[in-house]
Ligand binder design. Structure first.
Ligand code: IMP
Length: 438
């Protein structure tokens, strides 16, 4: 197995780092792009000329007709949303013939969304701030061994039979604990029938495809969703998503061993954002935060919610590097910082009279942390047309060098705008080699 040709791309903050754009850029040279966790809570915006694509399940590689796209076994898939995505892409002339769904991926069902929304309501002011897409309940049912899987979509009788075993318990819970009216078996089967028919030919053992491509030294991108601080184990629990978002999950979530994962690229914004509830030490609640939100168009792709904005946090970057084993970083939206007189960067936290440089392992500790800022000079120039690192303003170069030094990981890609053309790759780097055709 040749591992030199694989690259895992993960978010290294709280998601929304601009992974879609980076993956789309690198997918031009990929033979396969595989997602390995999460579901339609993810929202990747890919801008290609005048075209804007908003993808939720489907890997960004779909925009390249030769590239194989895979929804791995670690994902939870909403069949109805996936069909809508396919229809939308096809309407715009994008072929979906190279998309495959792991037979082992779990399904997000209507009752999962009902639970998700009801849970949030019941939690009231302690809510997680989920996307309401049913992600947590679908992963919970997987762990409770009462989930439906993509293989069940391939035969409507199988689907009915599996559902008939699960539905009485789901209805009992929905009615008794949540005051929901529940679902009727036949109606639910008919509701899902068109999706079963549409998706059935795409369901297969995707691990075999991946292993064959690995053996043939093909280039494989593993596309992470969300980010390190939303990881179910390592994130700001309980304000996290319900899957493992770190690089190691690319193996188990796609059916390959750890030796299949070579480079790990962490994507970080040049500042920080977060949606949903939970602590955020470098959050900027005043005018500067509003400025970042407006200049960076920081509104959720999936929910449209305004994102909370703040400064780049090097404590988080170091932590994300450790738990992912980052070999390189991509810094996105550097152009959004143009025009700021000064730029803050959190380099440590002040916590109960102590200065700490490691990200706290529990939320109570994190809530007590105040950021220690280093202040960098800003730059006025519009950098959105710059195509090499050497042409960036001196202050921008200084800022990037400080990030590299504090995270201990090289920056190999810089994004200065949403379009594919607004991407700078460091010469002679791992990513520069990835971008060489062949
Ligand atoms: P869930 O994944 O819908 O259960 O939401 C749990 C937490 O993860 C919430 O704070 C969401 O806002 C956040 N979240 C889930 N998916 C994304 C994403 O793609 N980008 C950013 N935040 C996300």
């Amino acid at each position: 197995m040749n591992k030199a040709n694989s690259l895992v791309i993960v978010g290294a903050q709280w998601g929304d780092e601009g992974k879609g754009k980076v993956i789309d850029y690198l997918a031009a040279n990929a033979d396969v792009v595989a997602r390995f966790q999460g579901g339609d809570n993810a929202g990747h915006t890919v801008v290609y000329g005048a075209n804007i694509f908003k993808l939720h399940h489907i890997p960004s590689g779909i925009l390249y007709p030769e590239c194989i796209s895979i929804l791995g076994n670690g994902m939870v898939v909403n069949p109805l949303v996936l069909v809508d995505e396919l229809v939308e892409l096809e309407k715009r002339g994008i072929s979906t013939g190279n998309l495959w769904i792991s037979s082992k991926a779990h399904l997000i069902m209507a009752y999962h969304q009902a639970y998700d929304q009801a849970n949030e309501e019941l939690l009231g002011e302690n809510k997680i701030g989920t996307t309401g897409r049913g992600i947590g309940p679908a992963y919970a049912d997987k762990a409770l061994r009462r989930g439906l899987r993509a293989i069940d979509l391939t035969d409507i009788n199988l689907f009915r039979s599996r559902l008939s075993k699960i539905l009485p318990l789901q209805n009992h819970l929905l009615r008794e604990a949540y005051g929901h009216s529940g679902y009727e078996l036949n109606q639910l089967v008919e509701y899902y029938r068109p999706a079963c028919e549409r998706l059935s030919p795409m369901v297969t053992d995707t691990s075999i495809i991946l292993a064959e491509k690995m053996a043939g030294a093909k280039k494989i991108l593993f596309e992470g969703a969300q980010g390190a601080l939303l990881d179910i184990d390592h994130g700001t629990y309980p304000f996290v998503t319900s899957s493992s978002t770190v690089a190691a999950a690319a193996g188990s979530g796609s059916g390959l061993g750890p030796q299949s994962l070579a480079g790990v690229l962490g994507v970080l914004k040049a500042y920080t954002t977060r949606v949903g509830e939970g602590p955020f030490p470098s959050e900027e609640k005043g005018e500067k935060g509003d400025q970042l939100r407006e200049q960076g168009s920081e509104y959720g792709t999936t929910t449209g919610r305004p994102r909370r904005c703040g400064w780049f946090d090097a404590v988080i970057a170091r932590y994300a590097s450790r738990i992912n084993g980052l070999t390189a970083m991509a810094i996105t939206k550097l152009d959004v910082l143009s025009g700021l007189e000064t730029i803050n960067m959190a380099v440590a936290y002040e916590c109960q009279g102590k200065t700490i440089k490691d990200f706290p392992s529990d939320i109570t500790g994190l809530q007590q942390c105040k950021p220690v800022y280093e202040v960098f000079p800003g730059w006025d120039e519009d950098i959105s047309h710059i195509s090499s690192i050497s042409n960036l303003p001196g202050a921008a170069k200084l800022y990037l060098e400080a990030i590299e030094e504090m995270a201990g990981v090289p920056i190999e890609l810089i994004s200065v705008g949403p379009d594919r053309s607004q991407t700078i790759v460091k010469p002679d780097s791992l990513l520069a080699r990835w971008c060489v055709v062949g």
